[in-house]
Design a protein around this ligand. Structure first.
Ligand SMILES: [Zn+2]
Ligand SMILES: [Zn+2]
Length: 137
């Protein structure tokens, strides 16, 4: 304790949870590790694109995303590209110092509380916030 955590804007890979400094590097990683055809090693732009490529070009069906964590490897119907397309609940469940590009201001505060506090406390805060806004308007 006492050490201030430096604010970083790290991005992370949905499939293997590795963190990267930059979304461009993340996308390169995803293409190289998760969107690559296992037959001809062509890099596709999404998992879905890779599955279609393997099916159409090599007549093989792929049901798992390569190099992904076991709980993520079957999520082939999600169109993930960098930090785009990650379901909100998974994004929120990822630890607090993750991607910060889109969650600014009040929304960011709520997202932060959501991660660190219990949902019933959030419900209470939302309720109080609702009353405040109602009275103000
Ligand atoms: Zn990855
Ligand atoms: Zn191929």
């Amino acid at each position: 304790m006492g050490k201030k955590k430096k604010k970083t804007y790290k991005v992370w890979c949905f499939y293997c949870e590795r963190e990267f400094e930059d979304e461009k590097i993340l996308i390169q990683h995803q293409k190289a590790k998760h969107f690559k055809c296992h037959v001809c090693h062509k890099k596709l732009s999404s998992a879905g694109g890779m599955l279609i490529h393997v099916l159409q070009v090599h007549k093989e069906s792929v049901s798992k995303i390569p190099n992904a964590k076991p709980e993520r490897e079957a999520l082939t119907d999600l169109e993930i590209y960098g930090m785009e397309g990650i379901p909100a609940d998974i994004l929120a469940a990822h630890d607090g110092d993750g991607y910060d590009g889109k969650h600014t201001g009040l929304l960011h505060v709520i997202m932060g509380l959501w991660v660190s506090l219990k949902p019933n406390i959030i419900m209470y805060i939302m309720f109080v916030l609702g009353i405040t806004l109602f009275n103000a308007g």
